[in-house]
Design a protein around this ligand. Structure first.
Ligand SMILES: NC(=O)c1ccc[n+]([C@@H]2O[C@H](COP(=O)([O-])OP(=O)(O)OC[C@H]3O[C@@H](n4cnc5c(N)ncnc54)[C@H](OP(=O)(O)O)[C@@H]3O)[C@@H](O)[C@H]2O)c1
Length: 306
């Protein structure tokens, strides 16, 4: 029997690296589409693409079990008009390229899993959002809406489509947690702004399990919030992080300090100040078993010394 194949576009980054390793562990062949391919010794094959144009790389999708698209310029940068254009273009171009490859495959992939983000909902304050909540009106919400529509509106009758609205991913070796942990160890881990804004977090292990579930379960399609069931406020998040790192107290960081800090760190203050309280209603209805329901357990797992 032919080995099942997974193609991960943008699979060289934080989420893709964990995902590729897990699919290899489960016996799949894994191809990563990247702009900078290198030779690897871990069984993962990297294939060059430019993330926008149809090319030889498209043959990898022919007969594949799944294509997963994680491509996109990282949003952790100042949200200048130029950066927002690049954030949008990298997402739209890659979706269009994946769509063209699926359309031209003689045996199209069974499933396309497309990354999106809880930024889709905009600033939701205290309101809990499941997948039926409307989209927001800020820059990132507008980008997520276009990004999702570029995938959802396509007619690809032989390929099941899944869009994951991913929350703040907590991992040991990437994403924003290691940066927050470093600041917290320096007693700079206070509540940010009002501290009342919600953070919809997810442990990387649960996110990887969600990708596996949507690839393998044929009855899962459409849009899912990929977040843990218990979003917390920023004040709670920082308190739990200080607890996990044995830093009982840090001064709070008012919004002005966050704006200055974001400038110094080449980030955007909106990322720390916006409130998103999302619920994984559709994963829960599908019977998905979370390994990390509560933030305390997730942070203790990620912050313990190896
Ligand atoms: N991490 C999170 O907390 C989080 C939360 C919500 C949503 N997401 C979404 O999930 C996806 C994966 O996230 P991640 O944290 O793994 O991201 P990441 O580490 O930044 O990786 C994304 C990949 O996209 C490619 N890429 C970067 N800039 C690009 C550009 N300008 N044009 C074309 N390709 C570009 C890169 O691949 P090459 O350089 O190898 O080509 C990179 O490895 C992203 O779409 C992100 O928006 C992530």
């Amino acid at each position: 029997m032919n080995q099942k194949r997974i193609v991960i576009a943008g699979g060289s980054g934080f989420i893709g690296t964990a995902l590729a390793q897990e699919f290899i562990r489960r016996g799949y062949a894994v191809i990563v589409l990247t702009r900078s391919p290198r030779a690897r010794t871990d069984g993962i094959r990297e294939v060059a693409w430019d993330a926008k144009n149809f090319g030889d790389w498209a043959a990898q999708l022919d007969g594949a079990t799944a294509v997963i698209n994680l491509t996109g310029k990282n949003i952790n940068c100042p949200h200048t008009p130029e950066n927002l254009r690049a954030i949008t273009a990298s997402r739209m171009d890659s979706v269009n390229a994946v769509a063209a490859a699926i359309a031209q495959a003689s045996v199209p992939p069974l499933v396309w899993v497309q990354a999106s983000a809880v930024g889709f909902y905009g600033d939701t304050r205290d309101a809990a959002c499941d997948e039926s909540a409307p989209s927001g009106t800020d820059n990132l919400a507008n980008i997520c809406r276009q990004w999702e529509a570029a995938c959802a509106n396509l007619a690809l009758p032989q390929t099941r489509k899944v869009i994951l609205r991913i929350g703040f991913v907590l991992g040991r070796d990437g994403g924003a947690l290691p940066v927050l942990a470093r600041l917290t160890k320096l007693f700079l881990g206070g509540a940010v702004g009002s501290g009342r804004q919600y953070i919809s977090w997810i442990h990387l292990a649960d996110l990887v399990a969600m990708f596996l579930a949507v690839v393998e379960r044929e009855n899962m399609s459409g849009t899912f919030n990929a977040v843990a069931p218990n979003a917390v406020t920023n004040a709670e998040f920082m308190r739990e992080l200080r607890r996990a790192l044995h830093r009982p107290w840090s001064p709070p960081a008012p919004a002005l300090a966050v704006k200055l800090g974001a400038k110094l760190m080449g980030s955007d203050p909106s990322l720390a100040l916006i409130s998103q309280r999302c619920m994984p209603r559709k994963f829960q209805e599908a019977g998905f078993q979370f390994q990390f329901h509560e933030l305390r357990g997730a942070l203790q797992n990620l912050c313990r010394k190896e």
